[in-house]
Write a protein that binds this ligand. Sequence first.
Ligand SMILES: Nc1ncnc2c1ncn2[C@@H]1O[C@H](COP(=O)(O)OP(=O)(O)OP(=O)(O)O)[C@@H](O)[C@H]1O
Ligand SMILES: [Mg+2]
Length: 259
Amino acid sequence: MAHIIVVGNEKGGSGKSTTSMHVATALARMGHRVGALDLDVRQRSFGRYLENRAHFVQREGLDLPTPLLGVLAPESDGIDPLSRAVEELEASCDFILLDCPGSHTRLSQMAHSLADTLITPMNDSFIDFDLLARMSPDGKVLGPSIYAEMVWGARQLRGEAGAGPIDWLVLRNRLGTQAMHNKRKVGGALSTLSKRIGFRVAPGFSERVIFRELFPRGLTLLDLKDIGTEQLSISNIAARQELRDLIAELRLPGVSVAF
Ligand SMILES: Nc1ncnc2c1ncn2[C@@H]1O[C@H](COP(=O)(O)OP(=O)(O)OP(=O)(O)O)[C@@H](O)[C@H]1O
Ligand SMILES: [Mg+2]
């Protein structure tokens, strides 16, 4: 059985597709067999990211480890598209990464109940926090909010089906080097909430221009040396370290961080 990693958050633009690409590619680069599915059937950013990689690799004659992109075929024989696509990838993959859309869809909801590991990237802002929990004006956590309730429902479903628990990690994305006050406040609120609703806070990614530049060539931070970048900038080295810390914190079965 493959280990399923779901990257989800009903908040748009929180870094799901960027995180999906980096985690899936990091695992492929470490020699694991990785499958990928883009459940954002309208935007398809993750699918297009992987397709861009395939084109770039072919054009440049490179050999870069690349996750295998699965397809969601229309429902047939009463088997839903997601279950079928996962089953197909499972035959040849150790890990399957599912990138969810930034809204509540049936596919996304189903994907959450398949998650062995769930990664929820969020911008370091109380607007993003609001999808996880409601807060009083004086900063008290009042209770879980829509997205956290959806994850709770997925956990219940898995419990009833005898599947293992979901290891849920919330990842703070686009952390600024400034605005220390906000960073501390969001960090404090997340730490309180993590104990209440059961997630771990993962080391996050800082706001870095490099994340926005890699998409057209389908590259990740880890590929820069392979395309002839001789010297990585300090920012890129720091970003690689952030990715390394994240992969270690995921504590995936059979994975020891080597890049
Ligand atoms: N750490 C970062 N630093 C700078 N830019 C980033 C960072 N993470 C993501 N971005 C940029 O933020 C935008 C949104 O990222 P991304 O598409 O990964 O989010 P998403 O959650 O998948 O969005 P959607 O909900 O629309 O699917 C993109 O332009 C991406 O390049
Ligand atoms: Mg996306």
